[in-house]
Design a protein around this ligand. Sequence first.
Ligand SMILES: Cc1cc2nc3c(=O)[nH]c(=O)nc-3n(C[C@H](O)[C@H](O)[C@H](O)COP(=O)(O)OP(=O)(O)OC[C@H]3O[C@@H](n4cnc5c(N)ncnc54)[C@H](O)[C@@H]3O)c2cc1C
Ligand SMILES: *[C@@H]1O[C@H](CO)[C@@H](O)[C@H](O)[C@H]1NC(C)=O
Ligand SMILES: *[C@@H]1O[C@H](CO)[C@@H](O)[C@H](O)[C@H]1NC(C)=O
Length: 418
Amino acid sequence: MHVLISGAGIAGPTLAWFLAKTGTRVTLVEKSPSLLPNGQNVDIQGSALTIIQKMGLWEQVRRFNTTEKGTKFINPTGQPFASFPITEGPGKSVSLTSDCEILRADLAAILHDATKDHPNVKYLFGTTIKDVVSNGDDSVRVELSNGAVQEFDLLVAADGQWSKVRKQCFPPESVKVLHKGNYVAYWTVPRLPKDNDWWNVYLALPSRFISIRPDPHGTIRALFSLMPCNSGQEKIWMEASKGDRQMQEALLRREFGNAGWQAKRLLNAMDQAPDFYFHEIAQVKMSKWFSSRVVCLGDAAYAPTPLTGMGTTLAIIGAYVLAGELSKLGDGEHPSRALEGYESVFRPLVDEMQQIPFFFPAIAHPETAWKRWLIQALVWAFSKVLAFPWLATKLGNEGNRENFSLPEYSSSDSKGTK
Ligand SMILES: Cc1cc2nc3c(=O)[nH]c(=O)nc-3n(C[C@H](O)[C@H](O)[C@H](O)COP(=O)(O)OP(=O)(O)OC[C@H]3O[C@@H](n4cnc5c(N)ncnc54)[C@H](O)[C@@H]3O)c2cc1C
Ligand SMILES: *[C@@H]1O[C@H](CO)[C@@H](O)[C@H](O)[C@H]1NC(C)=O
Ligand SMILES: *[C@@H]1O[C@H](CO)[C@@H](O)[C@H](O)[C@H]1NC(C)=O
């Protein structure tokens, strides 16, 4: 088999790893000219961790632990008023910080490194799929941005939340993009001696959220988030999310300049940041994940939003299941049986993980002083009793956020691999 994967984020390289191992040839096209440095912490939970261990990558992931100590909430005068430390040992954590926090870009680099020299794997950076010429019984034919027209046995859309391949191959009525009315921006900031190794979270009125967290590279990471309060403001943010960096920075300066705490310092570092990233929070739901020889994987198929912290976990487990189901196909068999297997095995977990309570993300973006007071009182109370109701159930007191039972595939057995 020869598989074409669009997108070298998390899902694409994980799939390539498992496919290459079973002798499948894989070509990955990635729009960006090199690996993207952007993004903040992502969680690897439950079964996804087991998969990282099967791949022999756990030690490397640990090496890039951001070593965040837990979460601290900061009050309007800039003082921490509630702390949720990580508690050592699996299953004890009710902190927003999980046992192993890693930056998205570090994880993507580990996965790329683990696959780039495999003889079955070829990466084409700065390349996209210009057109899917045909998707039929015998093959899927694509035209690449470099002009080549090529045939593959399968095309995998792992090109993220705004997947182009999904747009090219699936009718709009089969894809739902649910806007959460929330905009976020992330960037790296030089570290000062006063910075600490906690995730510091500050709520500014109205509806603004600022946080800083440590990274393993001697800098810190700022996150700004806002939920527009009215349709006029919503329109401006929506336009900015489609605009360029200059427009996005100007909007952030305008809307956060008077937010207090460390807003000014963080905004001042914005235009120097190598990794400024701005996006709208949206969830993706598809009625069916595949069409003949084209299949969607990871955020392209089921972006759960960073609010759930599950995007990376779903991308890794999804890649493992898809590779495992493909490995069960006979020689020359049409992949549809495997694609059906992937969807039926994996969809229940996706449906469960995509549930976001109605009060999210609004609870983190209070509009008025009394709501903020209420949230702060609740946060304080929870920090005392160490129970964060929704998060505690998601995190699961057994240490897993999910009770997905990972299928075993003979092909993905870890023996003899690195
Ligand atoms: C820059 C960036 C920063 C992120 N930051 C965070 C974060 O801080 N916290 C969080 O929880 N989640 C973050 N995410 C989302 C998170 O990576 C995903 O939820 C999860 O890891 C699933 O990964 P994925 O591989 O499906 O998609 P992604 O990680 O989004 O990877 C998709 C890849 O496809 C590439 N691509 C896009 N369009 C095309 C195209 N037309 N042709 C070829 N390649 C294309 C992209 O450049 C990217 O490398 C971020 C995603 C990106 C792209
Ligand atoms: C990551 O670092 C934190 C903070 O130092 C620590 O508590 C945690 O155990 C580490 N995780 C792993 C998997 O090593
Ligand atoms: C565990 O999985 C089953 C289905 O397999 C589901 O009905 C149940 O709600 C799940 N439990 C938890 C705690 O997630």
